[in-house]
Design a protein around this ligand. Sequence first.
Ligand code: ADE
Length: 237
Amino acid sequence: MKIDVLTIFPEFFREVFDFGIIRRAKLAQIVEINIYDLREFTTDKQRTTDDRPFGGGDGMVFKCEPIFNAIERIVGTCERKNYPAGTQIVLLSPQGRVFKQSVAKEFADEANHIVLICGRYEGVDERVNDALVTDEISIGDYVLSGGEPAAIVLADAIVRLLPNALGSETSAENDSFSNGLLDCPYYTRPPEFRGMRVPDVLLNGNHAEIERWRREKALEKTKLNRKDLLEGVKSEK
Ligand code: ADE
C-alpha cells in the first residue's frame, strides 16, 4: 500500500512513522509513506496556500489550486472518475464521517493508494471536496488545529491491519473493537507487585477458563467505559 500525506507542515511527520510497527512495515515494503509539502504545488512567488473566505468571516481557507496540482501529480489525474482502482483521496476534517476500527479495516482491505489531505485554518475550499475527495474523515468530535494528527491516526490504524504488518507474535484479531468489545485487561510478571496480585485464573494454564475470564472482563470494561458498543454485541455462552 502507498500512503501519501499532503500538508503545509511536512516537518511534523519527520520521525513519526519511524517507530515500531509502521517502521517495520516500511522496511518490509508492506507500506510506502511519502510526505508532500503543499507549498511545492503553488505557482505564485509567495507560495500562497490559503486565502480569505468569500462572504467574509474569520480565518483562512485553503485554496483549490495547490491541492488540485498536487493530486494531479500524485495520482496522475484530478478527474475522480479516472483515479486508478483502489485510490482513496481522504480529506481530514471535523466535518467528516467518524473514523473507527471498521473504517480502518475498510481502507486496509480495499485501498492500495491513500492520499491524506491535512486541512488547516477554517477549512478547505469546498471544490476540493466536490471534485477530488473520495472520503471526508474526522477522528472524533473535537476540533484539532489541523488534520496532521488525524493523518497520523489513520495511517497507524490502517497500516497495522495490512497483511503481515504485525509480527506472528501479535494479532489484530483480539484488538479492542475488532469483535465489537473493548479488549480485556492484561498482566505480566511479576505475579505480585506492591501487594497487587495477578488474577489466579491467568496463572493456572487452563486456556478455556482463561478465555472465559477474558471475555467476561472485556464485557465488564465495555459496560463501564463504552455502553454504546454493547448494543451490537450478541451474548455468547
Ligand atoms: N481537523 C481538525 N479537527 C479534526 C478532526 N477532529 N478530525 C480530523 N481532522 C481534523
